[in-house]
Design a protein around this ligand. Structure first.
Ligand SMILES: Cc1cc2nc3c(=O)[nH]c(=O)nc-3n(C[C@H](O)[C@H](O)[C@H](O)COP(=O)(O)O)c2cc1C
Length: 284
């Protein structure tokens, strides 16, 4: 066979492969659904400049522009503002409504539930929620996190490992009941990968982000959660039980269950204020 024919055959087969890959992407309805959902989010949302643009309004229509009295142009007034700035500029009213926006509402109302009822999400629900939170910001997409499901007697094994780690010896028949405070525990493991561009602390930040997103996703799905850890979390006996590799770090457990009715009542009438946001915000 000539060289030309040989390379033609190769390119035919690679274009067939590419077509097959494209088709399998088309058949993968999960991808399509999530893209459509993302699109719907941007189109329906009214929470960012992109939404204003899509709604046909200028994105910066409510930003201060030229000062007509002094004749200053917009660039000059921005420079002046920056030069005199002593802190964030709150003079432009916000168009963000953390009560009306369902995502911001869920974020701002989330709270930990320490005493949980026994009903739990099933493993298929967990997989769906993990699917959602895998959008967590992740430098180089290293996916440096995972969760371990702990139910039933595995919670007793966790109690034994914690006792061993803490040097606790109990009377026969007694067990460490701490892991029994919920029917379902999800251990969060930070699993950093070797990457010259992504230091370990960034990967821990991503793993923690996955934990916070999952707490929130569970909350939004109607479940109660409390993230717990402790001094013994990364002691050898506890690490062994979770089969951690050397570089992995156990970041605690999400205790998960149903929100008791009395909590629901309390939350409906709760006035716990969110902290003043200004304490979290500054300029250079
Ligand atoms: C990584 C991590 C570990 C935590 N460990 C514990 C813990 O062991 N015990 C505890 O009472 N709270 C722990 N918390 C705090 C609770 O999860 C919860 O955030 C706190 O009680 C405040 O309640 P709130 O979330 O409703 O504001 C931990 C939180 C995080 C993020």
């Amino acid at each position: 066979m000539s060289k030309h024919k040989d390379s033609k055959k190769k390119s035919d087969s690679s274009s067939k492969k590419a077509a097959k890959k494209k088709q399998s992407r088309v058949n993968d309805t999960r991808g399509i659904v999530s893209k459509e959902r993302a699109r719907a989010h941007f189109l329906d949302g009214e929470t960012g400049p992109w939404a204003k643009k899509l709604a046909g309004q200028p994105a910066d229509s409510d930003q201060p522009t030229a000062n007509s009295e002094t004749g200053e142009d917009a660039a000059q007034s921005t420079t002046a503002r920056l030069a005199n700035r002593r802190g964030p500029d709150y003079s432009v009213p916000s168009s963000i409504d953390i009560v009306a926006d369902p995502v911001l509402h869920a974020i701002s109302t989330r709270r930990s539930i320490s005493k949980l009822d026994p009903e739990t999400p099933n493993d298929s629900d967990l997989r769906e929620l993990i699917h959602a939170v895998s959008s967590v910001a992740d430098h180089k997409g290293l996916k440096p996190w995972r969760f371990i499901i702990i139910r039933g007697d595995d919670r007793i094994r966790l109690g034994k490992a914690l006792d061993e780690a803490g040097g606790v010896h109990r009377k026969s028949g007694e067990i460490n009941e701490k892991p029994l405070r919920a029917e379902l525990l999800l251990a969060l493991v930070a699993a950093p990968r070797d990457n010259p561009k992504v230091p370990e602390w960034e990967q821990h930040a991503t793993a923690a982000g996955a934990g916070h997103l999952l707490e929130l996703a569970l909350w939004q799905a109607g479940w109660g959660v409390m993230w717990r850890s402790g001094n013994l979390t990364n002691e050898p006996a506890v690490r062994r039980l979770h089969r951690l590799k050397d570089k992995e770090l156990l970041m605690g457990w999400l205790y998960i269950g149903a929100v008791p009715e009395r909590y629901r009542q309390r939350m409906a009438n709760s006035t716990r204020p969110l902290p003043d946001p200004e304490q979290f915000l500054d300029t250079l």
